[in-house]
Write a protein that binds this ligand. Structure first.
Ligand code: Z5A
Length: 206
């Protein structure tokens, strides 16, 4: 693999979408080719699965089906988008990846971590992000920001306790893997958030 793989993580409304273009511009200033993508999604089939996963107006999706759909979409994404880009030397910048599964399905839904770990190895082989930026903020801060957008999807209808568990699961991952996962205080102004991101990204490519 010649390219590098960077993922952006965090609870809803913490600023992932806002900051991903900023990271792209930082890398492109260094003449690095970048591919922006997201999960669930990133290929036509995976995007169709995303629609199903976020749609609240359908039959209840079981926890098992939700977990398997996340990894099914990921399998498509890795094979058709992520690996080919990395092999061409392009850096991949992904809005959410498997840490989201550990946080939402493992933390929020309390699903068995061993099963998630098994699926991670099965679907990804040795592929893991080289760097992950975790945008962290108290749940209410992200929810207030996300609420400004209006309509809520299937995940956003969960109770606050669900998102508290998601946040704690993310912070536990960052504590376990401090080399890969850099926590950014997302409660700061956008200017300060981007200064922290700049620092982590510069340390990474220098
Ligand atoms: N999911 C899962 O369960 N398992 C998995 O394995 C995967 C995903 C991969 C879809 O994700 C759902 O899939 C997600 C988890 C689940 N559900 N939830 N919740 P998504 O990424 O599409 O959904 P999201 O997390 O809700 O994204 P988001 O709401 O778009 O959040 P964001 O991208 O982090 O935030 P943003 O749109 O950039 O910013 C929100 C607003 O805040 C916006 O108006 C900004 O202008 C503003 N903002 C941003 N930064 C700041 C600062 N620093 N100050 C003030 N205002 C700010």
């Amino acid at each position: 693999m010649l390219g590098r793989f960077i993922s952006l993580e965090g609870g809803e409304g913490v600023g992932k979408t806002t900051n991903i273009a900023y990271i792209q511009s930082l890398l492109e200033e260094q003449n690095i080719s970048v591919l922006l993508t997201r999960e669930p999604g990133g290929t036509p089939l995976a995007e169709a699965m995303r629609q199903l996963l976020l749609d609240k107006n359908q039959e209840e999706i079981t926890e098992q089906a939700e977990l398997l759909m996340m990894f099914a979409a990921r399998a498509q994404h890795i094979k058709h988008v992520i690996k080919p880009a990395l092999e061409r030397g392009v850096w991949v910048l992904c809005d959410r990846f498997t840490d989201s599964t550990y946080a939402y399905q493992g933390g929020g839904r309390a699903m068995d971590i061993t099963t998630i770990h098994w699926l991670e190895n099965f679907v990804q082989g040795e592929l893991r992000p080289d760097l992950t930026l975790l945008l962290d903020a108290p749940v209410q801060v992200g929810m207030n920001r996300a609420a400004q957008r209006g309509k809520l999807d299937r995940f956003e209808l969960e109770k606050i306790t669900f998102f508290e568990k998601v946040r704690q699961a993310y912070l536990a991952l960052a504590e376990q893997q401090p080399e890969r996962i850099k926590v950014v205080d997302a409660t700061q102004t956008l200017e300060l958030v981007q200064a922290s991101i700049h620092q982590s990204i510069s340390q990474f490519y220098l």
